[in-house]
Unconditional design. Structure first.
Length: 485
């Protein structure tokens, strides 16, 4: 739909339109100022047209918005920002040039450089759109002012992006430690990719995943962070208004759009985008309590689920229990593995706290993702914590984490669990009937049969600080399956 400078195109809520009063003033030939007010109940995203003339070598955008006082318990104003170029704002992101959410109040774009979160490239003439995201709107409305400054001149050269390699120096078939939910300065984190790489190695990690909110600008920013023994995968945290999902290990340069809600039935399209780019679909912190953070899309399109996000909290306890409730144990049935990540942004967040430990054939993107997809993994609070967990049949048949032990329904199965690096913790074994046995020893052995237990999984728990509530996790495993058929 063609728009004038006094119109706003709103997207994100079907059939809705923002009642705003945008106004354009032109103080000089190289500056545009756009003002307006977003009312309560506005759509999720508001597109502000910005006509870019020919010959622009640099575009700088700054914005401010009003923050009137609100009654206790009433959300105040919070406004996110990004930009789309002359290629348009259609869902899928052909014109996408960057997103910073609410992390910064200004940004620039040039052919040869851009603010973190934004993509360098030519500043083409035509109708661009500043994308505003009214995260919360006060009862009085959300007044905004956008200042766009054009610098004219010869454009620079856009550098060819250098992406992290898909292989690092590994140990062959081994357990590899990683953190797939980390934020840098390319979204709302405080550290550079190079800083994060140093922290990852110090935390004993073998792999990490770039997962910025709603942008893939960091994919080409890891050149200064490359280490021969650290695998850096590229992805995104797709941050919608009805839940967040990690795109883990997608092809470098892959962008995944986020401008939809669960009720619009569009997520399947973008789950296919992630898988088509070689990645995994991993809903993040599905029971988080922040606005828009809880997962509403269901799990039919998921490859795994993040049940442990940062320091252990009650919403992680709920996520773990909800995930366990999905485990049925039918022979050959598809099941959803669980993972753990730090969601690192800034201190006191810890890279690798927690982390996912994956059994993989080597330290490559394909091998790590295959191990995660198969559930051959466990979560640990740090690199100090290690878990050995197996089920053994009466004739020496063996299955490890994420695997099936195929023996007779009444066969005696020995389950063994050992945890190191977690002194004072309790060992728990959980089956499809709930908690089966606990021990305060560092090793636990228990007997069952497939007829009694469809699966067995392990938890390592710190002592409870508020009984009868359980203590925080030190580690958990994906199940060992005991199919009875």
């Amino acid at each position: 739909m063609a728009l004038t400078r006094r119109e706003v195109l709103a997207t994100g809520m079907s059939g809705a339109a923002a009642v705003t009063t945008p106004h354009l003033s032109v103080p000089s030939a190289d500056t545009r100022i756009l003002t307006g007010t977003i009312p309560p109940g506005a759509p999720d995203y508001v597109e502000i047209p910005l006509d870019v003339p020919r010959g622009v070598s640099e575009l700088r955008v700054a914005y401010t918005y009003g923050k009137p006082p609100v009654p206790p318990g009433t959300p105040g104003n919070a406004l996110d920002i990004g930009i789309f170029d002359e290629h348009g704002t259609a869902l899928g992101g052909r014109g996408f040039r960057g997103w910073s959410g609410g992390a910064r109040s200004e940004f620039f774009l040039r052919a040869d450089d851009a603010t973190p979160g934004y993509l360098p490239g030519p500043i083409g003439a035509g109708r661009w759109h500043v994308l505003l995201g009214p995260y919360t709107v006060a009862p009085q409305g959300l007044p905004y002012e956008i200042t766009a400054r054009f610098t004219f001149g010869e454009p620079g050269r856009t550098p060819r992006p250098v992406y992290p390699p898909g292989r690092a120096r590994g140990r062959g078939r081994a357990w590899y430690r990683g953190d797939c939910h980390i934020h840098s300065v390319h979204s709302d984190g405080r550290r550079t990719p190079a800083d994060i790489a140093v922290l990852a190695r110090a935390a004993g990690l073998d792999f990490i995943n770039s997962s910025e909110h709603n942008t893939h600008s960091a994919h080409a920013a890891w050149a200064d962070a490359l280490s021969p023994d650290l695998l850096i995968m590229t992805g995104e945290e797709v941050t919608t208004r009805t839940g967040h999902v990690l795109a883990v290990g997608t092809d470098p340069g892959t962008f995944v759009d986020w401008r939809y809600r669960a009720r619009e039935n569009r997520f399947g399209r973008f789950a296919r985008t992630i898988r088509g780019a070689g990645g995994l679909v991993v809903p993040a912190h599905p029971h988080a309590t922040c606005i828009g953070c809880a997962w509403k899309f269901g799990f039919a399109d998921a490859d795994a689920v993040e049940v442990w996000n940062g320091p252990w909290t009650p919403d992680d306890e709920v996520s773990l229990a909800a995930w366990d409730a999905t485990l049925r144990g039918a022979d050959g049935e598809r099941w959803l593995p669980a993972v753990a990540n730090s969601d690192h942004h800034r201190d006191p967040d810890r890279v690798g706290g927690p982390q996912t430990v994956v059994l993989a054939e080597d330290l490559t993107r394909e091998s790590i993702l295959a191990g995660m997809r198969a559930g051959r993994s466990y979560g640990a609070e740090s690199a100090q914590v290690s878990v050995a967990f197996e089920a053994v049949g009466p004739r020496g048949e063996h299955a490890g984490i994420g695997e099936c032990l195929r023996v007779a329904p009444d066969a005696d199965v020995t389950v063994r669990l050992t945890a190191t690096g977690a002194p004072g913790c309790e060992l728990w074994l959980v089956t499809d009937q709930g908690l089966a046995v606990t021990s305060s020893d560092a090793a636990l052995e228990w007997h069952t049969t497939p007829a009694r237990s469809a699966y067995v999984r392990a938890e390592v728990r710190h002592p409870a600080s508020l009984p009868p509530l359980p203590g925080a996790l030190a580690a958990f495993t994906n199940p060992v399956w005991l199919p009875a058929g």
